[in-house]
Write a protein that binds this ligand. Structure first.
Ligand SMILES: O=C(O)CCC(=O)C(=O)O
Ligand SMILES: [Fe+2]
Length: 379
């Protein structure tokens, strides 16, 4: 696995740093890609069959360090610390916790952040997550925010949260900025690596594998936001060591939901939406061809000129598109008809780029540009 810096992305906290995990890494996964095989490419060229390039690589995990402004993160942590400060003190806020134990699946202590925190503090937390969700993921809502602490014996076994929304989030209030300084072992989010879900396609009889090759372990140091594709089997590694909530793992977690176009700038969202819907028709027609063959979410960011309404820049913020097994059947059909099924992720990228760059919006005047975060979702 390699770690690369992300391109543009907004964070909740101005100075946050975003990283994408799981950029393709030839060493980590021995998978064969026919689209990179020179013999295949040569033959296709000879037959004048175009080969589409992927325009962005899949990312299933995004981390943003320093997500909240430092003072806001400290304030949230401070509420938790003050309520647990004196283990002998008895006050109503001590009793807001649910020990959640589903045998062989979940063991943790949880509460609803909206109930736990004072309204103003909760409102600012929700606002930070909502703004990030809109700007970086094109999701206009979040699920109710859970807060959970993990002490000795707490964990989440592997599970998938498919129906909850396209992206899960974990915002850590664990009291160490340096993960190696924490007072417990475990506590990382575990996420099965993409190549494991394609195990036999990537099978290499010469290589064994251990935990580190099978799951990605994402630590949750203080004020890190982890965003991941909740369709991947994932869990939380058992926390061992401390029994003191003040020293354990503490996280706010939930899901970004309701993917929808998000306009940020002077363009009137209502008018822009009309132009968008009209301009997208050819894209939806083109994507009919891949319906049922691919699943996941592609998030594009467009810069729309205030002066003339044209699209001047396009970038990709997130991409969880995966080909599903129906794809093999479609490839077989294509073979029988002496066609070549295009590389589907690349097809979606190219169709989306061609259509989005050609969109035309009303001019906004005032010379200021508008940013559009645009999600394309395949169920
Ligand atoms: O806390 C984490 O790292 C993951 C949380 C999670 O998967 C969940 O709450 O469903
Ligand atoms: Fe989960």
């Amino acid at each position: 696995m390699s770690l690369v810096s992300a391109a543009n992305s907004g964070g909740g906290g101005g100075e946050s740093q975003q990283q994408l995990l799981w950029a393709p890494d030839a060493d980590a996964s021995p998978s064969y890609d026919p689209w990179s095989d020179p013999r295949v490419l040569e033959e296709l060229e000879a037959r004048e069959i175009p080969v589409l390039e992927e325009l962005t690589s899949a990312q299933h995990v995004i981390t943003v360090d320093g997500f909240l402004p430092a003072a806001q993160a400290a304030e949230l942590r401070g509420v938790f610390d003050s309520r647990f400060a004196d283990p002998r003190a008895c006050h109503p806020e001590r009793f807001l916790w649910d020990y959640w134990h589903v045998p062989d699946q979940y063991t943790l202590v949880r509460t609803q952040a909206a109930v736990y925190f004072p309204d103003d503090l909760y409102g600012r937390l929700e606002e930070a997550l909502l703004s990030y969700g809109e700007a970086a993921l094109g999701c206009r809502a979040i699920s109710p925010i859970w807060m959970s602490y993990y002490v000795d014996g707490c964990l989440q076994e592997l599970h998938c949260d498919n129906p909850h929304g396209p992206f899960a989030f974990v915002l850590s209030l664990t009291p160490t900025t340096d993960w190696s300084d924490r007072e417990f072992s475990g506590g990382e989010t575990l996420i099965l690596q993409p190549h494991v879900l394609n195990y036999w396609r990537n099978y290499d009889p010469r290589k064994g594998m251990e935990l580190q090759h099978l799951v990605t372990r994402v630590p949750s140091p203080f004020n890190r936001l982890t965003v991941f594709d909740p369709r991947f089997p994932h869990g939380v590694r058992e926390v061992r060591g401390t029994k003191d909530p003040r020293k354990g793992r503490l996280v706010l977690h939930g899901w970004f939901t309701e993917p929808a176009p998000f306009f940020d700038g002077p363009l009137d969202a209502g008018e822009a939406e009309v132009a968008l819907n009209e301009g997208l028709e050819p894209l939806w027609e083109a994507l009919e061809a891949v319906s049922g063959l691919i699943t996941g979410t592609l998030i594009a960011r467009l810069n729309i000129s205030g002066a003339d309404g044209s699209v001047t820049e396009l970038s990709w913020l997130a991409d969880t598109l995966v080909e599903v097994p129906n794809h093999d059947r479609a490839a077989a059909d294509a073979l029988l008809e002496e066609r070549v099924l295009p590389r589907l992720r690349a097809l979606v990228h190219n169709e989306a780029r061609d259509c989005l760059l050609g969109l035309s919006f009303p001019a906004a005047g005032a010379g200021r540009d508008t940013k559009l975060t645009f999600p394309i979702v395949f169920e």
